[in-house]
Design a protein around this ligand. Structure first.
Ligand code: C5P
Length: 249
């Protein structure tokens, strides 16, 4: 079973290019994330191809719609065989419960993760949407809702990960983007953490794109990150096996 905590973000619009980059990685050393750009251009066939090649796929489509529509979308994603998928917590308790039920009824059960506040949103942006309490409070409020609805975890920024971990305990999956191995370019990420710092702060899975994909030898970067986080005392990675109940290996 793949125990990698590294999720490589395949941020491409061209599936052939994405696939060429993928061939420089290895499914024993990472999982992969497919978002709206690549999924819109390449569709379910590409996801099946990744899975056939042995990759665990995080389908990052951030579903947000009426409960029935989100439930059906989750069902379709589970049927594709993805390992993880996500929904916007802002869709509300009923939408989250429908998503949970849909996944629980599926023969293959991906991890169901909530997106709280997009890290592109400032407190001022939130105010303009009617939320006065600031980003951290809103993240914690939505994470609580997520937990109550039985989701498996949340996506959270490196800055939030320790407070979320403290508040919601160890049996909750935290997926963290904005990670930069020491010495690599920040690109457009503003507040980053190294892989070791993020794991030490309580993250389960690190979403990393450009520092791996754009490296001359991506596999070497993966192995170096594995060595770096292998030295950090972290809890075992929560895994939901196909058709089974979530457990710690
Ligand atoms: O190349 P880089 O490591 O910055 O890619 C990070 C990935 O994580 C991208 O797909 C980006 O859209 C995603 N992401 C992020 N910050 C968030 C949520 C998702 O960077 N808060």
């Amino acid at each position: 079973m793949n125990k990698s905590r590294i999720i490589v973000s395949l941020d491409f619009s061209d599936p052939d290019l994405a696939y060429r980059h993928l061939q420089r990685l290895h499914p024993d050393h990472c999982r992969v994330k497919v978002g709206k750009e690549l999924f819109t251009s390449s569709g379910p066939a590409f996801i099946r191809k990744l899975i056939k090649d042995g990759y665990d796929v995080f389908l990052d489509l951030k579903f947000h719609d009426i409960p029935n529509t989100v439930a059906k979308a989750c069902q379709a994603a589970a049927a594709l065989g993805v390992w993880m998928l996500n929904v916007h917590v802002a869709g509300g308790r009923e939408m989250l419960r429908y998503a949970r039920d849909a996944i629980d009824k599926a023969p293959h059960r991906p991890l169901l993760i909530g997106v709280t506040v997009l890290t592109s949103m400032s407190s001022q942006d939130l105010k303009e949407t009617g939320i006065q309490s600031g980003t951290e409070k809103q993240v914690l409020r939505l994470t609580r809702l997520c937990r109550e609805a039985g989701l498996d975890g949340v996506v959270c920024s490196a800055q939030e990960v320790s407070v979320v971990r403290r508040e919601f305990g160890k049996d909750f999956c935290l997926v963290t983007p904005g990670i930069r191995p020491a010495g690599s370019a920040a690109d457009d990420q503003k507040r980053t953490m190294t892989p070791a710092e993020a794991i030490a702060a309580g993250s389960d899975y690190l979403v990393i794109g450009r520092p791996i994909i754009q490296a001359p030898d991506p596999l070497q970067v993966l192995l170096a990150i594995e060595r770096e986080i292998g030295t950090v005392q972290g809890k075992p990675v929560p895994v939901r096996p196909a058709g089974g109940v979530r457990q710690d290996p």
